[in-house]
Design a protein around this ligand. Structure first.
Ligand SMILES: [Fe+2]
Length: 386
């Protein structure tokens, strides 16, 4: 987990008077997780954040499930999703279960007239294309391609994009998204064998403090609904905060690969863990250096997890006809492996330039109606040798 961080002004002790220049009190808020038992932050608002003007009619954003019982290898051409001006409207759920929702998004415009808060899930937004600034109540995080933006539940945010060409791969997790336990010591510090380090975790900077009153629309998502809340105070009105619960960025370009003489299994590439799934990042690396090693992965079947790969960039050595933006789904119990010709082609290769993000879920994934519009129906036959 990210370590203690603080921005702006905070009082010397928690839960004591903390006065504004005009003599009034700043409003302290405890943001806590797992009740009061896990990570938390104490944030200080210019005005009480509890002032709700009205709540508009909530509306459904539940995924439309087209196949809840999939047992077929699938390929979805993710870049075929249509861009949309609005960030929330651009988010298209493709693969879902009760532990994670995987969506694709291609928003064209920055969020100017509303804020967003996911109250039901942590979010991991992988930035495939696009750059800009993730603005949050905890401060701003400039982002660029390759960033995993981890936004814990409850964080109010806005995306400001530098251009209209943005491609995002989003994982929503109702249970907390954490770094793998084996990467950390008892104090939570990332150990020497971890492929990334505290210096690679980009924390919020440049706290915006808007001491403003008005009508501020915060679209709040919980489960399958959006609740349009109108707040009387600007959501970004913190004078300061401290704690462990805040958004951060981890770039795939800062992930240092671990290599070996023979093929290393996917846990070597792990970035995050969750009770319902694991995530990995595949990055450019030297191939296995045993003189007789086979660089491509072996055939394998995940007997207890569905495997999702999102292809980002480079040449995918074990695959034919895979393009950036593609998503493959290999359901549990079904064998898959290198495509015809790729094993021989890989022999003697010294390195790979591939980038990909993997999500392995322990429960089966359901496929949405929109995902089938992106599907290559011939994919499951792509291993036939000709
Ligand atoms: Fe696999």
């Amino acid at each position: 987990m990210p370590h203690y961080h603080t921005l702006g002004q905070i009082p010397r002790k928690r839960h004591v008077t903390f006065r504004r220049p005009d003599g009034g009190l700043y409003a302290e808020q405890l943001v806590s997780t797992e009740g009061f038992s896990d990570l938390y932050s104490l944030v200080y608002h210019c005005a009480p954040p509890t002032q709700v003007l009205k709540i508009d009619t909530p509306y459904s954003v539940s995924p439309e499930i087209a196949d809840s019982d999939n047992m077929q290898q699938r390929l979805f051409r993710g870049f075929d999703i249509a861009p949309a001006d609005d960030y929330l409207e651009s988010r298209i759920p493709v693969l879902v279960n009760s532990d994670c929702h995987i969506s694709l998004a291609s928003p064209r415009q920055s969020m100017n007239d509303y804020f967003f808060k996911n109250s039901g899930a942590d979010e991991m937004v992988f930035v495939h294309r696009g750059d800009g600034v993730l603005r949050t109540i905890y401060g701003n995080i400039p982002f660029r391609p390759g960033d995993h933006l981890v936004i814990p539940r409850g964080v109010i945010y806005q995306f400001t994009f530098s251009s209209a060409d943005n491609r995002l791969f989003i994982v929503e997790a109702p249970q907390p998204l954490r770094f793998p336990k084996r990467y950390m010591n008892r104090a939570g510090q990332l150990l020497e064998h971890s492929p990334f380090y505290e210096r690679d975790i980009r924390k919020p900077e440049k706290l915006e403090t808007h001491d403003e009153k008005g009508d501020f629309l915060v679209k709040i998502k919980r489960d399958g609904r959006i609740w349009p809340y109108h707040h009387a105070t600007h959501p970004f009105d913190l004078i300061g905060w401290d704690g462990f619960h805040y958004p951060y960025a981890l770039s795939i370009h800062d992930f240092e690969p671990i290599t070996g003489r023979l093929h290393m299994p996917p846990p070597i590439h792990q970035t995050f863990e969750n009770p319902g799934f694991v995530m990995c990042a595949f990055v450019p690396r030297l191939y296995d250096y045993h003189p007789e090693s086979i660089p491509t992965p072996y055939n394998h079947s995940n007997v207890d997890s569905d495997e999702v790969l999102y292809y980002v960039d480079g040449d995918f050595m074990s695959r034919n006809n895979i393009k950036p933006g593609n998503i493959t789904l290999h359901p549990k119990g079904i064998v898959h492996g290198p495509h015809p010709g790729t094993v021989e082609r890989s022999l003697g290769a010294k390195e790979t330039k591939e980038y990909a993000v993997m999500v392995d879920t322990f429960k089966p994934l359901m496929i949405t109606k929109q995902a089938f519009e992106l599907e290559d129906p011939e994919y499951y036959r792509s291993w036939i040798e000709k």
